[in-house]
Design a protein around this ligand. Sequence first.
Ligand code: 8YV
Length: 326
Amino acid sequence: PQAKPLVIVTRKLPDPVETRMMELFDVRLNLDDHPFTREELCQAMAEADVLVPTLTDRLDSTVLSHAGPSLRLIANFGVGVDHIDVASAHQRGLTVTNTPDVLTEDTADMAMALILAVPRRLVEGERLAREGNWTGWTPTFMLGHRISGKRLGIVGMGRIGQAVARRARGFGMAIHYHNRRRLHAATESALEATYWESLDQMLARMDVVSVHCPHTPATFHLLSARRLALLRPHAYVVNTARGEVIDENALVRMLSQGELAGAGLDVFEHEPAINPRLLKMDNVVLLPHMGSATVEARVDMGEKVLINIKAFIDGHRPPDRVLPGA
Ligand code: 8YV
């Protein structure tokens, strides 16, 4: 029988996923779950038939140049591939896959949780109660802002953006969106969403803005200092996509100057570092990249990785191929 392909996994994955992988392939796991150094990554590139990286691995063209003769597939654990130079991988004949769909609902839930938590001061209130600082109810105590009837501007109306739109509709928000391409009329009307071709014009009119586009060269600092300045001072910003899509310094500056009402951030420009000024603000909710952090999503993401590897090895086209520039 043919030797099983060597699959190198860069991080600890959920147990059922690792068990299944070990049944199917010759697997090298990261038992202590340490982040791979650049050297370890290059070494893995040189030895593996299939590499399973995550967002903590920077697969730039230099690292990719270490690909050994047997490496054919990079099956990313995660939907975002901004840590992989996909064009350079393709030039080297490497196939790249990701894990869409299975984390859509959970990430949208987290965005919705932030859309609720920030205007309603949920975490601030919880902190106050927990710290024993509640001196009693008064009519003007801990007032936040209503979200029903308010305008939600979704930046990036793909799978996750649309799932957020469905949720926010249920909370009585008016849905607006900006996207590279306008949705099909039927989808747009099912979501009761209003399209803005101009991101600038949309931003100037929203009460809450939630980011759901991937990080690409075209979306780096899409919410630049200039665009953030278009937001009204009562607006909230939510980001469960990638920190790089927002100019974080500009955002922090505006929050500290009262030019924005608050922010809910699950992602940051220099993860795991968080701008220390954010840590001191009461009107922000900060999460450590937890959008898809459910047992269910992570097991399903692992299952997707397996399906992609299996299809590839069996000579089929893997279902979740990522093409350069996609
Ligand atoms: C994961 C994510 O935490 O899929 C993504 O793009 O950001 C998260 O779901 C991460 O990718 C795991 O590698």
